[in-house]
Design a binder for this molecule. Structure first.
Ligand SMILES: Cc1ncc(COP(=O)(O)O)c(C=O)c1O
Length: 398
């Protein structure tokens, strides 16, 4: 099997959440649209993963399964090779996804009533995770600079971290939806501020492998000293990188023994002792051991798609802002010039056969924006851009 970044797989009958949500909309099927919303890919599974799963089904008994030494070596080896840092094996805690991981982490590091800082506009389950812990959402909003380059508001972060009621920061690095890859300097400031005020850092780095050419991801724990690391945990997964979200596999690095044990205990408390399953182990290992070339192909596809969107929208819809995409495959688009907020913008796009993720779901600073998924064949992006051109003509009365 060859790597395939050109053909669009048919996901209309496989229970795809993204497709089912779109197809439930009246008229969506007739529009011939491909949904470019939820963050999974309209691409075939990497061949090495398919082979590993086939080998598992054909050659093995599917009984209770534990992570093997080879599994841990694949996970740690990937971090060493791709991100040049060397986590220890005993730090690894497993989780059936990063959302469950940061949700549980909030409950472990904070008590009900305490504050957890997040940086909106941000991945919407962050809000839910904080509330599920009975905690207060404390917003440290990102600052939008010219050209849609986003920065952290460090003064505000300092103020919020200094408030003893606030005990943790839930960081998104790289940042979904604005596409920033935080620099080592920015992350060092985050660490300095948080640790000066004993604020625990939960760093969601699920997009850490999806970095555009010219940018570099820094694992926050890699710039921390041994004691500092005890006040941090880092969430990673092969799921965004290799499109394996349906297998629910993630690896969480937690140096502090007490935090790690509390994290595992929180799953045990609801009866989940086996955190991953046989398919997740096999796929994760195959992805981390045999898919580097596939990932390079994916990154060049996304890089090409983001250029296409930027160049073509500058011609056909110049009033639409295109945030510089440094990391993730999620393009943040500013449609505020169309004068339609929230639901109005959503309905307008649906009328034109476009199913993106609405900016307002990402909280403060999101209204009037849309997030467009670029992990799809180029032909799909070309079609979406032509539909955006139609929207622009109508909205701007041209
Ligand atoms: C920042 C971020 N964290 C977590 C997730 C989902 O994690 P999981 O599917 O492993 O629960 C996503 C999915 O888009 C994401 O963007």
């Amino acid at each position: 099997m060859e790597n395939d970044f050109t053909n669009l797989p048919d996901r209309t009958h496989d229970g795809s959440v993204k497709w089912d949500i779109m197809l439930a909309e009246p008229g969506a099927a007739a529009s011939g649209a491909v949904p470019l919303s939820i963050a999974d890919m309209e691409l075939a599974t990497p061949p090495a993963v398919v082979d590993a799963l086939r080998g598992l089904v054909e050659g093995h008994v599917l009984g209770y399964t534990e992570p093997t030494d080879e599994y841990y070596e694949a996970v740690l080896g990937w971090q060493r090779r791709r991100h040049a840092w060397s986590p220890k094996r005993e730090w690894v805690a497993l989780s059936p996804g990063v959302v469950p991981a940061f949700t549980v982490a909030c409950q472990v590091v904070a008590r009900p009533g305490e504050g957890i800082i997040i940086q909106p506009p941000v991945y919407y389950p962050f809000f839910r995770a904080v509330r599920a812990a009975g905690c207060e959402v404390v917003e440290n909003r990102l600052i939008e600079r010219d050209g849609l380059r986003y920065e952290m508001d460090f003064d505000d972060l300092e103020r919020k971290a200094a408030d003893p009621a606030n005990v943790a920061l839930l960081l998104c690095s790289p940042h979904n939806p604005v596409g920033r890859v935080w620099t080592a300097e920015e992350l060092r400031r985050v660490v300095d501020i948080c640790l000066a005020h004993d604020v625990f850092v939960i760093s969601d780095e699920i997009h850490d492998d999806l970095i555009m050419p010219g940018c570099e991801h820094t694992t926050i724990m890699d710039i921390m000293g041994p004691e500092e690391r005890e006040r941090c945990l880092v969430c990673t997964a092969p799921s965004k990188t290799f499109n394996l979200a349906g297998l629910q596999c993630s690896n969480i690095f937690i140096p502090d023994k007490n935090v790690r044990e509390a994290f595992v205990a929180a799953f045990e408390k609801v009866g989940i002792g086996q955190l991953l399953n046989a398919f997740a182990y096999a796929a994760c290992r195959a992805a981390y051991m045999g898919c580097d070339e596939w990932l390079e192909g994916l990154i060049s596809l996304v890089d090409g798609n983001r250029r296409l969107v930027g160049e073509r929208l500058a011609q056909v819809a110049p009033e639409v802002g295109v945030a510089p995409l440094q990391g993730t495959y999620l393009q943040w688009l500013d449609m505020r010039a169309w004068g339609k907020d929230g639901k109005g913008l959503e309905a307008f796009l649906h009328d034109h056969g476009l199913y993106l993720d609405e900016g307002y779901v990402f909280g403060s600073g999101g209204s009037g924006f849309e997030r467009m998924n670029l992990a799809c064949p180029r032909s799909v992006v070309e079609q979406a851009v032509e539909r955006l051109a139609e929207c622009s003509r109508e909205a701007m009365g041209r």
